[in-house]
Design a protein around this ligand. Structure first.
Ligand SMILES: Cc1ncc(COP(=O)(O)O)c(C=O)c1O
Length: 498
C-alpha cells in the first residue's frame, strides 16, 4: 500500500495536520468561495510519506534509471556537485528582495553566466529572466516587436517559420499577436531558400529557426537565409534549444542572428521536462538590448566594503525601453546556478560535450540504419538519407512508415515496446513532416555499450511478432492506455481526494 490516500498513520501518532476551520472561517473570503465541508487531505506519518514518494519514484522513468533517447528534450546527466553548490547558504538561503549589498556573490554568478552566454552565442546582452525555452522565445519576439514599433514599422505583422520548427516557435509568435507564415522544407528536410525568398516582404517582422533543426540537421545555408530576411527588414531569431550540438563550435551571432534563446536545461545540465523547471535565457544584439525585460545584472568598478573582492559592485538594472517583467523575481535562480556550476566545472572542455552529443547520435543512427542483411527489409527510412553523416547533429529522425506498411506495426507500437526493454520511448510523431516519426536523441554521457545495446534491442523489436509489439508494453507498471478514451473522459482529480 503506497497510495498516499490509503495511509492514516498521522491520525493516531506523530504530527498531524490541524483541523480545518469551517465555522467562523475568514469573513474576507467571499461566501461563494467558502468551504462547507472538510477537505479530504492525506494523513500520512513521516515513514508513510517516505514510502509514498519512494513508491512513486519507482514507478517513474528518468535519466537516473535508464537510457532516455527522447528527441528534442535532451536529458542531461546532472552532476550531483551542482546540487551541493545550489544548496550553499549564500545561494539557498537568500530572499529575492534582499538588498544588493547582501547578495553580491549571487549577483556575480548571474553576471558571469550572462557574460558566458554572450560569448557562446555571439550576442551583446543576455538576460536570465525567462524560465523556459518557450518563454525565452516569447520574450525575444516581444523585444523584436517593440524594436519594429519604435522604428515606425507597425506593418511588420508576420513571422516566418519552417515546417520543421518546434511547435513553440509559431505559438510564441502568435502569442505576441503575429500571423505565422509556414514555409515547407526542401525534399532533404533542409531550409528551402526559394520558399523563404517568396515569403519575405515588407510585412516580415522576423524569421524563427531552429538550428540544428528538429530533424537534427544543421542548416548549411543559414547565413544566406539571414541575408534574405535582413534585406527585407526582418529580424532573425535563433531557437537555440539545440545548442548542445554546437556549443564551442560556432555561434548564432556569426550566422547572422539578432536574438537567441538557450535551454539551460538542455545544454548546461539541470533536470528537464517533468523532472524540474528549466531556464530559457535569451541573448540579443545591441540594437535589441534596450527592450530586454527587467532586471538584468550589471556591474561597475568598486573595491569598497561589501564587494566580493573581484573589483566590482554588482547591481540590478532595468533596460531603458524594457518590455517589463516576464517573470516574478529574478527568473529561475536555482537552475541558473546549477548551469553555472556545470560550466565552471568543465570550462572550455564543454566543447567535448557537443562533440559527444553529435558522435553519439551519428553512431546510433549508423548502427540502426546499417543492420545485418536479413533485417534490411525492415530498415526505417529517413528523410535525411543520402546526406553526409556529419550533417546530422545531436538527434535524428526515423520513419516507421515502411514497417507499418509491411507489418501493420506503427511508430507508437515500437515506442511502447521499447518500454518493455527498459528504455524511455523516443519522441513520437514529431516533427510532423516525418510520417510515423521516431525522434532519437542519445544523451552525450552514454557509453558505446549502452548505444550498442539499444540499437540491438531496437532492431530486434522490428523483427518481433507484430501481435507482441502492437499490444506492448507488457512489463511496465501501467499498460497501454486508451488515449482517445482518456482524452474524452478526463479525470483530473485523484479518486481519494475531494
Ligand atoms: C527546438 C526546441 N525549441 C523550443 C523548446 C521549448 O523549450 P521549453 O520546453 O523549455 O519551453 C524545445 C523543448 O525541448 C525545443 O526542443
Amino acid at each position: 500500500m503506497s497510495d498516499i490516500f490509503d495511509f492514516n498513520g498521522a491520525a493516531g501518532s506523530g504530527w498531524s495536520q490541524p483541523e480545518p476551520i469551517i465555522e467562523g472561517a475568514n469573513e474576507t473570503v467571499p461566501e461563494s468561495l467558502r468551504r462547507n465541508n472538510l477537505p479530504k487531505w492525506p494523513r500520512a506519518s513521516e515513514p508513510e510519506l517516505v514510502r509514498h514518494y519512494t513508491w512513486l519514484s519507482q514507478r517513474n522513468f528518468g535519466i537516473d534509471t535508464g537510457f532516455y533517447p527522447l528527441g528534442s528534450c535532451t536529458m542531461k546527466h546532472n552532476p550531483r556537485i551542482n546540487e551541493r553548490i545550489v544548496q550553499l547558504p549564500g545561494i539557498d538561503r537568500v530572499h529575492p528582495l534582499q538588498p544588493e549589498h547582501q547578495i553580491q556573490g549571487l549577483l556575480s554568478i548571474f553576471y558571469e553566466m550572462q557574460e558566458m552566454l554572450e560569448i557562446c552565442s555571439g550576442m551583446d546582452q543576455v538576460t536570465l529572466q525567462p524560465v523556459a525555452g518557450a518563454q525565452g522565445e516569447f520574450t525575444a519576439i516581444r523585444c523584436i516587436q517593440e524594436y519594429h514599433r519604435s522604428n515606425g514599422d507597425e506593418q511588420r505583422d508576420k513571422v516566418i517559420v519552417p515546417d520543421s520548427a518546434h511547435g513553440t516557435n509559431p505559438a510564441s509568435a502568435a502569442m505576441c499577436g503575429y500571423d505565422i507564415i509556414e514555409i515547407p522544407s526542401a525534399e532533404d528536410g533542409r531550409l528551402d531558400l526559394d520558399a523563404l525568398r517568396a515569403a519575405v516582404g515588407e510585412d516580415t517582422a522576423a524569421m524563427m529557426i531552429t538550428n540544428p533543426s528538429t530533424l537534427g540537421i544543421f542548416e548549411p545555408e543559414i547565413a544566406e537565409a539571414a541575408e534574405v530576411v535582413h534585406a527585407a527588414g526582418g529580424q532573425m531569431y535563433y531557437d537555440g534549444a539545440n545548442f548542445n550540438a554546437i556549443l564551442g563550435k560556432t555561434d548564432p551571432g556569426r550566422m547572422g542572428f539578432d536574438a537567441v534563446h538557450y535551454n539551460l536545461h538542455k545544454t548546461f545540465s539541470q533536470p528537464n521536462g517533468g523532472g524540474g523547471p528549466g531556464s530559457g535565457p535569451i541573448g540579443v544584439k545591441s540594437h535589441l538590448a534596450d527592450y530586454l525585460p527587467s532586471p538584468l545584472v550589471d556591474r561597475e568598478e568598486d573595491e569598497g566594503e561589501g564587494t566580493t573582492g573581484d573589483g566590482y559592485r554588482y547591481f540590478w538594472r532595468t533596460p531603458d525601453k524594457s518590455i517589463g517583467k516576464v517573470q516574478q523575481w529574478h527568473g529561475n535562480a536555482g537552475a541558473v546556478v546549477r548551469a553555472w556550476a556545470f560550466y565552471r566545472r568543465y570550462g572550455r572542455e564543454l566543447e567535448l560535450m557537443s562533440e559527444h552529443a553529435v558522435l553519439n547520435a551519428n553512431y546510433l543512427r549508423f548502427r540502426i540504419m546499417n543492420p545485418n542483411p536479413e533485417t534490411l527489409a525492415e530498415i526505417p527510412s529517413m528523410p535525411t538519407d543520402g546526406a553526409p553523416a556529419a550533417v546530422v547533429k545531436h538527434e535524428f529522425t526515423l520513419s516507421m512508415q515502411p514497417l507499418k506498411e509491411t507489418t501493420g506495426v506503427t511508430g507508437k507500437d515500437v515506442a511502447k515496446r521499447l518500454l518493455d526493454y527498459g528504455y524511455m520511448s523516443p519522441t513520437l510523431y514529431f516533427p510532423m513532416i516525418v510520417p510515423e516519426c521516431l525522434m532519437i536523441e542519445p544523451t552525450e554521457t552514454e557509453s558505446r555499450e549502452v548505444l550498442d545495446k539499444f540499437a540491438d534491442d531496437f532492431l530486434a523489436i522490428l523483427t518481433e511478432d507484430a501481435e507482441l509489439v502492437t499490444t506492448a508494453p507488457h512489463n511496465t507498471n501501467v499498460r497501454r492506455v486508451d488515449e482517445v478514451w482518456a482524452a474524452r473522459n478526463l479525470i483530473l482529480r485523484h479518486p481519494g481526494s475531494e
